[in-house]
Design a protein. Structure first.
Length: 163
């Protein structure tokens, strides 16, 4: 069988209408709310929290708590950088995990590295090792890049010779 055809058979398509996170929570569960998942949605560049307007109600119907924020750098706020965006995301995540929430971060496009930086040290496993409740249990990079440690978008662009 040609490699392309074999590869195509290995790919699977997620069924329409199915949750991407069924193993994390059940809307009909008697599980305490503190064990339910909160989904944090981080928008890409040239977007805002408004871009999730269709997804938020659907996630609520599935029983998920949903949070989103405006990333300050993405709308030309003078003096703001991607580091301010990571700080804003981290601030939200710290608030949620400190309240004992289990969090999945969905980072779209530009927000991939932002979300990746924001979750450092906040995993459920790392927090449990310190006898702390809550934590990040997943990161979904939606059409996003995740860079090696210590790199950011600027480093990647410079490494490619600039644009």
């Amino acid at each position: 069988m040609p490699d392309g055809r074999k590869r195509q058979q290995q790919l699977s398509v997620w069924p329409v209408g199915k949750s991407l996170l069924p193993q994390f929570t059940d809307p009909n569960s008697s599980m305490p709310a503190s064990n339910q998942i909160t989904i944090v949605l981080l928008h890409g560049a040239w977007h805002g929290p408004w871009c999730w307007k269709d997804q938020i109600p659907e996630l609520h119907k599935l029983g998920y708590a949903v949070e989103t924020i405006h990333l300050p750098c993405t709308h030309g706020v003078a003096g703001k950088t991607q580091f301010d965006d990571a700080d804003a995301a981290r601030s939200l995540l710290e608030t949620l995990v400190s309240a004992g929430k289990r969090v999945v971060v969905v980072a779209h496009s530009y927000a991939g590295p932002i979300g990746n930086a924001a979750i450092i040290g906040l995993s459920e496993r790392e927090r449990a090792a310190k006898s702390l409740p809550g934590g990040v249990v997943g990161l979904i990079a939606l059409c996003a890049f995740l860079f090696p440690g210590g790199m950011d978008q600027g480093a990647v662009i410079r490494g490619l010779g600039g644009l």
